[in-house]
Design a protein around this ligand. Structure first.
Ligand SMILES: [Zn+2]
Length: 88
C-alpha cells in the first residue's frame, strides 16, 4: 500500500504499464482487477480517514510499499471515473 502524493512517484510504474498494457477490469468504484504475470491482482483505491489517497494492490511489490504497474493501471481508470462522478 502506498499514499498517492503526486505524479512523479508514479512515473516509472506508468512507463512499465504502457509497455506491458495490463488488462484492467472494473469491479466496483475504487476496486479493480488488473492482470499480472501470475493472474489477476486486486487494486483498491480509496481515501483514508485522514484524507490521504491510498492505493493497495495484492501483488508482492506493493506489499513492500512499491508503486507497481497494476496500481497505476487501475489508478488511470479510477481517476477518469472519479472525474466523471464529480461532473455528473
Ligand atoms: Zn501490484
Amino acid at each position: 500500500m502506498f499514499i498517492l502524493k503526486g505524479i512523479s512517484q508514479l512515473e516509472k510504474a506508468i512507463a512499465k504499464a504502457k509497455k506491458i498494457r495490463p488488462r484492467v477490469e472494473f469491479d466496483c468504484f475504487g476496486r479493480y482487477r488488473v492482470s499480472g504475470s501470475k493472474g489477476y491482482y486486486t487494486v483498491v483505491c480509496r481515501k483514508d480517514e485522514r484524507g490521504y489517497k491510498t492505493v493497495a494492490c495484492t501483488c508482492k511489490g506493493a506489499e513492500r510499499g512499491l508503486v507497481c504497474y497494476h496500481s497505476v493501471a487501475a489508478l488511470s481508470l479510477h481517476i477518469g471515473l472519479a472525474r466523471r462522478q464529480e461532473t455528473a
